[in-house]
Design a protein around this ligand. Structure first.
Ligand SMILES: *[C@@H]1O[C@H](CO)[C@@H](O)[C@H](O)[C@H]1NC(C)=O
Ligand SMILES: *[C@@H]1O[C@H](CO)[C@@H](O)[C@H](O)[C@H]1NC(C)=O
Ligand SMILES: *[C@@H]1O[C@H](CO)[C@@H](O)[C@H](O)[C@H]1NC(C)=O
Length: 380
């Protein structure tokens, strides 16, 4: 009985010693995550031993080469061996006598991602190894744009798209819409390429209208590879045909007045036609020039039309000129009435008393609107 006890005790002692010995020498390493382009510190060290070093070897397996391949080794006398193409990108940063096998892998790319094995051999115990996972983050390339400018209409369309491209892992894309949140909605999709990089498209969808032109939205992108949150301001661009045409006074040349035709349109109108008839015949001028000079003579009396167009449509404004002479001399009065009309396949006419100028002996004064009821009959 006592002998058995002794034997058992002895066995436990041996197991205990073995265990502490196995637990004693160990290799430590830690997984590392870096952004593409940065340097990766691959840390590895053998601890709890004073045995001398034989060699340190590094291997890796990646998506491209899924079997363990040596790429770096160093022997106890400090002789380095670089293989399999990493060469100058690997720098030994450890310490041979300290059994520190750490290396620095510079300018990391997505293809460096994988499992790295650090093998430290000592005499007489032999090799100890540990695996380190290198994760490479690829920050997104972020843009906000519209492929084709949305044109005012009735159907829903894409108003803007925020793209966070070629990121790993996929970026988070959000919109800060403010007052726009009632009129637009957000739709997102993600695509992944063969190298595992994700592209997130987040689009603002809504019915394009003139009111949305120049409204501001903000695309917010977050990604672990980015230092902070990316905020991209975007101003919506909506194209629309000319809607309201204004005829304004553009200069006084004594015996003549110059008028300019302006319209609310996007893009800005490129074609202006001035005529005394509508529909236009015998145009007084046509082209990119929006101005028209009118002589202050009785023959000039009557209506003038300005037809404005961009690639989406046209609209017309008008000017009523009435030059009167008082019994004495050239004291005359000029009335201007501007019309506006939208063109959507057919013309919609509306009268709008826009501006009134009274000129008396070359003094321009802007009076309150006079009675011009007789002019309202011009609608055709
Ligand atoms: C091992 O080497 C690395 C790289 O030089 C260093 O950062 C680390 O502190 C070293 N480990 C110890 C325990 O000294
Ligand atoms: C993803 O969104 C983009 C932009 O909104 C769009 O052009 C593309 O067709 C969408 N792809 C899919 C698969 O829905
Ligand atoms: C973006 O817009 C916000 C508010 O709309 C403003 O505070 C910020 O300064 C803008 N950022 C840039 C870069 O223009």
């Amino acid at each position: 009985m006592a002998v058995l006890m002794d034997n058992e005790l002895w066995l436990i002692c041996v197991i205990f010693l073995l265990c502490t010995r196995i637990r004693a020498i160990r290799i430590i390493g830690q997984d590392v995550t870096v952004a593409a382009g940065d340097d990766a510190h691959l840390f590895c060290q053998l601890v709890e031993t004073t045995e001398p070093l034989t060699s340190i070897t590094w291997q890796r397996r990646t998506e491209e080469k899924p079997t363990n391949t040596d790429f770096f080794a160093i022997t106890s006398d400090g002789k380095e061996r670089h293989t399999n193409g990493l060469r100058d990108r690997v720098k030994f940063t450890g310490n041979i006598s300290g059994l520190n096998g750490s290396i620095l892998l510079s300018s990391v790319t997505i293809s460096d991602e994988g499992i790295y094995t650090c093998i430290i051999s000592v005499f007489p115990s032999g090799p100890y190894e540990t695996e380190i996972r290198l994760t490479v983050l690829v920050p997104p390339v972020v843009t906000v744009s519209t492929d084709v400018p949305p044109v005012a209409g009735d159907a829903e369309e894409i108003l803007a798209t925020c793209t966070a491209a070629n990121a790993k892992p996929a970026a988070k894309v959000l919109w800060s819409l403010g007052a726009l949140s009632d009129s637009v909605k957000v739709q997102s999709n993600v695509t992944v390429d063969s190298e595992g990089r994700s592209t997130v498209n987040s689009s603002l969808i809504g019915v394009a209208s003139k009111d949305l032109n120049q409204k501001k939205a903000q695309c917010l992108v977050t990604h672990p590879g980015l230092k902070g949150k990316l905020e991209l301001n975007y101003t919506l661009i909506i194209h629309y045909p000319p809607e309201v045409v204004y005829v304004i006074s553009a200069g006084d040349q004594g015996k003549a007045l110059e008028f300019q035709c302006e319209a609310d349109a996007n893009p800005k109108p490129t074609d202006f036609i001035w005529s005394r008839h509508f529909p236009v015949k015998e145009p007084l001028s046509r082209g990119a020039n929006s101005r028209q000079i009118i002589q202050l003579i009785p023959d000039s009396n009557g209506l003038y039309y300005c037809v404005v167009s961009n690639q989406y449509g046209k609209a017309v404004g008008s000017l009523y000129v009435h030059v009167t002479y008082t019994e004495s001399t050239a004291c005359w009065t000029l009335f201007i009435i501007a019309l506006f009309a939208g063109v959507c396949g057919f013309l919609i006419w509306k009268f709008n008393l826009h501006q009134h100028i009274t000129k008396r002996l070359c003094i321009i004064s802007r009076d309150p609107v006079p009675t011009v009821s007789s002019d309202q009959g011009e609608e055709s």
